[in-house]
Design a protein around this ligand. Structure first.
Ligand SMILES: [Zn+2]
Length: 396
């Protein structure tokens, strides 16, 4: 009897020793919303001011999306993160906006997709770089000067300079002046509002480098949803890599002001060899954990000018939706703005309220926590808790 008591006490101590160091993560995973349905959103970046080939690509994507419907009759939504301007030749700081006549076919195709409810515009940036940094870099980097002589695909700029919210004219990059950041955010939000006829609700920071100052300025300008990779990079390091992580975040967590975060850390880039099956595996993982599946993609997959194979990418997109609907009859399509609103409202139509279901999903989430999951399995804690999980499949 005494031995049993001792063993019991030792087990309780072991449980406490495992729980205590992970308590914050365990609580955060409990607070993170559990989605009631499999959710699939393909997030496509870098559209807007640029090559005219985008017009045909956006029209073809619109037609592809409109062919599919979820159980509610809703077609898939592709979010398009927009670049609002390209600079004038040899003038990094003077902008040609998306509504100038030269970009008219792109703007028309974009608006047609929005009108059909399958393209959802999001703010990416006035430009995909910080103009003064580009001007400085052009003085010493011939490649940048050549780009600036005939600005077109921002994808062709050196990667560090594609970050808008840090000065990467030298590496490691330097922070921007707060007042200049606030003025630039006000300018891009005003431009987006004028162009699209409605203020932006969702923003995707270019290259996922941004700062608390940028975020506060976006929130003050009315942005409600910030798409993130789950952590905030604030700079580029000496080798040009995104660096300076000062915050991590989960879906639905509040950011600055009224804004909330979404996490996008899965990919569907046919150019990089990602197949529909690759994307479906991500949907399966996210669904298992009660999370929305946001797939990152870029316009370059759909543009020959940017090295893409439009026919192959469109066929892959089409197959992805066909397979998703076949494998997940309850999958739902929506935009990030709608998802953000559902999370903000804790809307019971989208967010699970049933504690038993939430507990079951939480167990799956904590099992994947590095170190905790393994240790908790080893001492029998997870197997014990799993006895109380819902035995039925929650999805699809
Ligand atoms: Zn981008």
């Amino acid at each position: 009897m005494q031995l049993l008591t001792l063993l019991g006490v030792a087990w309780c101590l072991a449980v406490a020793a495992i729980l205590l160091p992970h308590r914050r993560a365990l609580i955060a995973l409990w607070r993170e919303p559990v989605m009631r349905h499999p959710l699939l959103i393909v997030e496509s970046d870098d559209w807007g001011a640029g090559p005219l080939e985008q017009a045909a690509a956006l029209t073809a994507i619109t037609d592809c999306l409109a062919r599919h419907h979820d159980s509610r009759g809703r077609s898939p939504v592709m979010t398009v993160a927009l670049i609002l301007a390209l600079p004038e030749a040899n003038a990094a700081t003077r902008a040609r906006l998306l509504d100038s006549p030269e970009f008219a076919p792109i703007f028309t195709a974009l608006q047609a997709g929005i009108a059909r409810g399958v393209l959802a515009p999001q703010l990416h940036g006035m430009t995909h770089f910080w103009p003064p940094a580009l001007a400085r870099a052009a003085l010493v980097q011939p490649q940048v000067a050549a780009w600036l002589a005939a600005p077109d695909l921002t994808e062709q700029l050196p990667s560090p300079l594609q970050s808008r919210w840090t000065d990467a004219s030298e590496l490691p990059s330097l922070p921007l002046d707060d007042a200049l950041v606030r003025a630039a955010v006000a300018e891009e939000v005003a431009a987006y509002t004028r162009l699209l006829g409605t203020p932006p609700e969702v923003v995707v920071p270019p290259t996922f480098v941004w700062t608390a100052t940028v975020e506060a300025a976006w929130a003050a300008a009315g942005l409600r949803v910030l798409v993130t990779p789950g952590r905030r990079f604030t700079s580029r390091d000496g080798a040009g890599r995104p660096a300076g992580i000062d915050k991590t975040m989960r879906n639905g967590e509040p950011g600055e002001g009224e804004a909330i975060y979404l996490v996008r850390d899965d990919y569907f880039e046919p150019l990089l060899g990602h197949t529909p099956e690759h994307a479906l595996a991500a949907l399966a993982r996210k669904t298992e954990l009660g999370r929305p599946c946001l797939l990152e993609t870029h316009r370059n997959n759909f543009l020959t000018a940017a090295g893409g194979d439009p026919d192959q990418s469109l066929a892959a997109l089409d197959r992805l939706y066909r397979r998703a609907l076949a494998d997940y009859p309850t999958v739902r399509f929506l935009s990030c703005a709608e998802l953000g609103q559902a999370l903000y409202d804790n809307d019971p139509a989208w967010v699970e309220r049933d504690r038993h279901r939430r507990f079951t999903i939480w167990l799956r989430r904590v099992a994947g926590l590095p170190r905790f999951g393994k240790a908790a399995r080893l001492i029998g804690l997870l197997p014990l808790l799993n006895l109380f999980a819902r035995p039925d499949r929650l999805h699809p």
